[in-house]
Design a protein around this ligand. Structure first.
Ligand SMILES: NC(=O)c1ccc[n+]([C@@H]2O[C@H](COP(=O)([O-])OP(=O)(O)OC[C@H]3O[C@@H](n4cnc5c(N)ncnc54)[C@H](O)[C@@H]3O)[C@@H](O)[C@H]2O)c1
Length: 341
């Protein structure tokens, strides 16, 4: 008889960790969030809310939070990683050092990004950090899934993509719910790259919106953004069918058009002119993954000799002080060519 999982551990206490944990509580007996921020942990346990990250949404009684990593990991049937991409290595290092991760337990990453220093996918980072302990199947769960909407139980669909050897059909069933549909896709490189890359295009759309551009511009940036995503994604081993799926075009559309998208919103704020991107970022409560990803993607593009015009302009606005209006003009004035070139 199939063993019924009981406890899910979630690393992170931010927007997505809280909303995803709330969703899991419909099916799971216990969900434990681990965090490093005392205020968030106290608020979740004492008031059943996480106001800085999830407004007035009420969290269920079978969800609790802890500052003690071993407390979260002990007897967990599965572990979800829901922290900013640039701290995944540090957090997984702590997990390995804790000695509390039960052997063979699957580890599923929900963060969207690449490690900018090494240009590695986050599943690789997790593998490397867990190499010293018993083997753990690693997967990613990604796709168009704004925390604010999952918390309101609005229909959402995502992709679970795992390494060979994991019983992912089993976990697909345990993660799915009436408002949260999980598909599987074996193309981990494609799913991870697409989910990370689309944030750069959302920054570009936000900048265009801030400059007063219209729907023609939005459609163009998303479409030409998909060209950049597909070209570089294929060079990294991803499959075209993945880019046409939820983690590709699905997440691209959602992130570029949504009022919940912090990447789109950040791009728009950059055009405000009052503060530099650095100053703005310092005051931004939630992580804006596209900023670091713009650096990583540009380096990956150079390595694989793939031109990424939109990515380059976003990068230059964020890191070289280029005015967004000039970036837009340079994109429009590029040498004319065939659409397929
Ligand atoms: N918010 C969403 O709608 C959403 C949806 C899908 C995927 N994601 C992805 O999930 C990841 C997390 O996003 P989020 O929206 O929950 O971010 P967030 O900014 O809301 O929360 C980040 C959390 O990480 C914690 N954290 C920061 N540094 C840490 C460290 N060094 N060690 C341990 N914890 C640390 C913070 O305390 C906070 O609890 C991102 O990669 C994001 O792209 C977010």
């Amino acid at each position: 008889m199939e063993c019924m999982p009981r406890k899910a551990a979630i690393l992170g206490t931010g927007s997505w960790a809280s909303a995803f944990g709330r969703h899991l509580c419909h099916k799971w007996e216990r969900v434990v969030l681990w965090g490093v921020d005392e205020k968030q942990v106290r608020s979740i346990n004492q008031t059943g809310t996480n106001p800085d990250y999830l407004g007035r949404i009420v969290l269920p009684p079978n969800l609790r939070a802890t500052l003690d990593l071993s407390d979260a990991l002990v007897r967990a049937d599965i572990v979800f990683v829901v922290v900013p991409s640039q701290v995944v290595r540090q957090v997984m290092g702590k997990v390995a050092a804790s000695g509390a991760l039960p052997p063979g337990v699957p580890v599923v990453n929900l963060a969207k990004g690449f490690e900018v220093d090494s240009l590695k996918r986050l599943s690789t980072v997790i593998d490397e950090e867990l190499a010293a302990v018993a083997p753990h199947p690693v997967a990613v769960l990604l796709g168009p899934s704004h925390a604010e909407e999952v918390a309101l139980e609005l229909p959402t669909a995502v992709v679970l993509s795992g390494q060979d050897g994991g019983d992912w059909a089993h976990w697909q069933a345990w993660i799915s719910g009436p408002f949260f549909r999980v598909y599987t896709n074996p193309d981990m490189p494609g799913v991870e790259f697409a989910s990370a890359f689309k944030n750069i295009i959302a920054l570009a759309v936000g900048m265009a919106d801030g400059l007063g551009a219209g729907d023609n511009t939005r459609g163009t940036l998303m479409t030409r953004g998909m060209v950049e995503l597909s070209r570089l994604g294929r060079a990294l081993g991803g499959r075209p069918a993945t880019f046409a799926g939820l983690a590709g075009i699905g997440d691209m559309i959602t992130t570029c058009i949504s009022r919940h998208s912090r990447n789109r919103n950040f791009g728009e704020a950059v055009t405000g002119g009052g503060q530099s991107p650095d100053e703005l970022l310092a005051g931004w409560v939630q992580v804006v993954e596209g900023v670091e990803m713009a650096k990583a993607a540009l380096k990956l593009g150079q390595k694989h000799e793939i031109e990424l015009p939109i990515t380059k302009q976003v990068h230059d606005v964020l890191f070289s002080g280029k005015p967004p209006r000039q970036a837009m003009r340079e994109l429009m004035e590029r040498e004319l060519r065939a659409e397929s070139d």
